[in-house]
Ligand binder design. Structure first.
Ligand code: PMP
Length: 401
């Protein structure tokens, strides 16, 4: 599907065609996004929000249009609910700090799950340390799905926030976030969704799932690096204090007293990445022109096909085999270190990820040194999966000699 739109896919790696299956780490960029960056620097580079001159107003218009575009992509028509950040990690750090300042006190509880990325663990741990609060972890069932009964019994009147991945970056499992949000809300608990791995693969509507906060990264959804998004309900964002101080986030400054800007600028200290936001908007346009639903179905087919092909190979252990997945498969080969397999795949032009995938607690739970992770994007094809499988077979022939 549309692989010719992505110039990097024509690269040769050690004289082989590139088969890029590390999309969960970052996606490649279509020409329209690459061109957008060059266009922005060539035609409207000027600082936003504070210039009376034409270029500044043009840059501001593009930046604010990008905010509307992101809102539209996530299902909110209120651009004040869209905060531009540097990425998912930055979004969750912002939230953990600002929410923590207003809502968390000694003895309160914050809940995450056992399959989170470090970005959705460490900022909450830091908050717990700051406020003498407690981090609780939702366990997984033996099939590696979220244990909903255990989740319910974890919640107490002290639980203030649940923060959970929509899709696991290690296992690809789609978590039942709507159910989790319903359960948490029925007890007055706020929910943050880490959508880093779902936004590129699944349609998301923040209003219909009713999450309180949601974060994603542009670079994982065909956009540029260094830009991310935090969605938050306006009534909550307006109650919590700013994360960082500086220009843009103020409405008036004196040495005696400073007042803060309105939403969303209160959370956007300093010059925003207005080139990046413009390019992100182009990436979302690109994805929406193809159709998120179409991409979702195409990728689901690839995942099913890859799992079926992998299952035929002796010694392959696929994690969470029977659970619904988006974009990602993790596996190991009996008696082989994932790193060795990854290296031999790379030598044949096949890019996969090996290791703990920034989710060490989950990897510890699996009792393995790491996994081999294959992750797909809209430009991958069954042919890519075939090349990956044949490279894997060759690697195993070498390793098993
Ligand atoms: N959460 C998940 C589920 C992720 O997969 C990632 C990236 N691997 C992150 C958070 C962090 O994203 P970023 O590095 O773009 O901030």
């Amino acid at each position: 599907m549309n692989s010719s739109d992505f110039p990097i896919l024509k690269e040769k790696i050690y004289n082989s065609d590139l088969v890029y299956l590390d999309n969960a780490a970052t996606t490649q960029k279509p020409q329209v996004v690459i061109d957008a960056i060059s266009y922005a620097y060539s035609h409207f580079n000027a600082n936003v929000h504070r210039g009376v001159h034409h270029l500044s107003q043009l840059a501001t218009k593009h930046h604010e249009n990008a905010r509307k575009k992101v809102g539209d992509f996530l299902g909110t028509d209120n651009p004040s609910e869209i905060i531009f950040t540097k990425g998912t990690t930055d979004s969750i750090n912002l939230l953990a700090f600002s929410l923590g300042e207003e809502f968390i006190k000694t003895g309160d509880e914050i809940v995450v799950s056992a399959l989170e990325h470090h970005s959705n663990i460490v900022p909450w741990q830091m908050l717990c340390k700051r406020k003498q609060a407690r981090l609780k972890v939702i366990p997984l069932k033996t099939d590696l799905s979220i244990d909903i009964d255990a989740f319910k019994s974890l919640l107490t009147e002290k639980t203030k926030i649940v923060s959970i991945a929509h899709v696991s970056n290690v296992l690809g499992i789609i978590n039942p976030i709507e159910e989790i949000i319903r359960i948490a809300h029925s007890r007055g608990i706020l929910v943050c969704v880490d959508a880093a791995q779902s936004a590129p693969h699944l349609p998301i509507n923040v209003k219909s799932i009713d999450c309180d906060f949601l974060a994603f990264s542009a670079h994982k959804i065909y956009g540029p690096t260094g830009v991310g998004v935090l969605y938050g309900k306006q009534e909550l964002l307006s109650k919590i204090p700013p994360y960082q101080g500086g220009g843009e986030m103020i409405s008036h400054v004196s040495f005696d007293h400073t007042t803060y800007n309105e939403l969303p600028y209160k959370f956007e200290a300093g010059t925003p990445d207005f080139i990046g936001s413009f390019a992100l908007a182009k990436a979302l346009d690109y994805l929406q022109e193809i159709g998120v639903e179409k991409v979702k179905n195409h990728e689901a087919e690839l995942i099913d096909y890859a799992q079926a092909e992998l299952k035929k190979i002796e010694g392959v252990i696929i994690y969470a085999l029977s659970l619904p997945k988006a974009g990602v498969i993790s596996f190991n080969i009996k008696d082989q270190h994932p790193y060795d397999v990854g290296m031999l795949l790379d030598q044949q032009g096949v890019a996969v990820r090996t290791g703990h995938h920034c989710a060490e607690p989950l990897i510890d739970l699996l009792c393995v040194p790491g996994t081999i992770r294959l992750s797909v994007a809209l430009y991958n094809s069954k042919e890519d999966i075939d090349k990956f499988v044949s490279a894997l077979k060759k690697a195993l022939l070498l390793l098993r000699k």
